[in-house]
Design a protein around this ligand. Structure first.
Ligand code: NAD
Length: 354
């Protein structure tokens, strides 16, 4: 198994997770590689080739978060991994575990996010560059569009092929996991040729899965329903950008980013990682919540067929959360907050050994 600790709080939550998985004695062997800021320091690039080679060889990676500079600097390691390994589906189960403080009960939503296209594809034109000036001229000449002189441009491609793949995945997921309905978010009323394809393709695919309910909804309305009646939502399929935003919204419904796991799936490879980022505001202090990454490891174990180990680890996490005595600060503990390492200790102690 490839293990990428990442940067920021990544190495802290990765170490806690590694300990929790090793305690299961499930025979997981780690091939550990740096990516992100530590890889830049050592190798001069955030994603060295040998990291990609390791994932291609093992087929499965558990990954901590990696910082992406805002507005410049190197390109996102996460986006590069998803595109190069064709990890077309990001799946983020958002379930409230008993004992976790939240305004809601019984939330059990699964976000299925398209991972390769949309505004994340990286087709961007920097303001003031000759390329953007050419594009501006073309748009004006061919279509009469006026692009502001001081604008930058990001392009949003959405294809029938990628939409079909993710919508089919969402229906298969619903079937496999006894889910009743797939809800599709879109903005086809505004972006007729990108979200328009997304909606029309999904409606066509839904006809092939008559055993599963289907509904399409504008994503702004969907956000309103999620904040109001999250208990009523089931599997939600979204294009890349809306999926990113709505997953964090759903993390907020279930106790926050500290308890929100995720996985990125392709046909040949899978990368498991928490929904949260590198949390630079708390990095290096040993106080990050490792539960999101430990639950990502639960998803990983289930993916590789270690169902028993996955169930035991999830039960260990559930016991620690229900008990409530050992909690990091983000979960609002009654007493002094626990450290990352103390939560890992508690999970190991609460997990049934084989
Ligand atoms: P973030 O998720 O890192 O942090 C948002 C808030 O949640 C912060 O207040 C942080 O302290 C808190 N938080 C996050 N994880 C936590 C945990 N495990 N325990 C307790 N509190 C936690 O989001 P951000 O600040 O927008 O992003 C920071 C960096 O991470 C950026 O460079 C961003 O691009 C990157 N990022 C990476 C990934 C990834 O690697 N998959 C995902 C999201 C963001």
């Amino acid at each position: 198994m490839t293990l990428i600790p990442g940067d920021g709080v990544g190495p802290e939550v990765a170490e806690a997770t590694r300990r929790a998985v090793d305690a299961l004695c499930a025979g997981v062997e780690w091939d550990v590689h740096d990516a992100g800021l530590p890889a830049i320091e050592t190798f001069g690039t955030p994603l060295p080739d040998h990291v990609m080679d390791s994932i291609k060889a093992t087929g499965v990676a558990l990954k901590g978060p990696v910082t992406t500079p805002v507005g410049g600097g190197f390109r996102s390691v996460n986006v590069a991994l998803r595109q190069e390994l064709d990890l077309f589906a990001s799946v983020r189960p958002c379930r409230i575990y008993p004992g976790v403080p939240s305004r809601f009960e019984d939330v059990d939503i699964v976000i299925v996010r398209e991972n390769t296209e949309d505004l994340y594809e990286g087709i961007e034109f920097e303001q003031g560059t000759p390329e953007l000036n050419k594009l501006r001229g073309y748009l004006k000449y061919m279509h009469g569009f006026r692009l502001a002189e001081d604008a930058g441009v990001s392009v949003k491609p959405i294809s029938i092929t990628a939409t079909k793949a993710i919508v089919d995945y969402a229906f298969h997921y619903a079937r496999r996991n006894s889910r009743a309905k797939v809800l599709l978010g879109h903005k086809a009323n505004i972006m007729k040729f990108s979200d328009g394809i997304w909606l029309a393709t999904a409606e066509e695919r839904a006809g092939h899965y008559t055993d599963i309910g289907f509904e399409a909804m504008q994503v702004d309305e969907l956000a309103m329903w999620l904040a109001w009646y999250p208990q009523e939502q089931d599997v939600i399929v979204l294009p890349n950008l809306y999926g990113d935003i709505i997953s964090d919204l759903c993390a907020g419904l279930i106790g926050g980013l500290g308890v929100a796991p995720g996985m990125n799936l392709g046909h040949d490879h899978a990368v498991f990682e928490p929904t949260h980022g590198s949390a630079p505001d708390i990095a290096g202090r040993g106080i990050a919540n490792p539960i999101a990454m430990i639950l990502s490891a639960v998803l990983m174990l289930a993916h590789i067929g270690q169902d028993d180990a996955a169930a035991r680890l999830e039960l260990g996490v559930a016991r620690v959360l229900a008990d409530g005595k050992v909690r990091t600060a983000d979960l609002g503990p009654a007493g002094p907050p626990a450290t990352t390492a103390e939560v890992a200790d508690a999970v190991v102690a609460a997990t049934d050994s084989k």
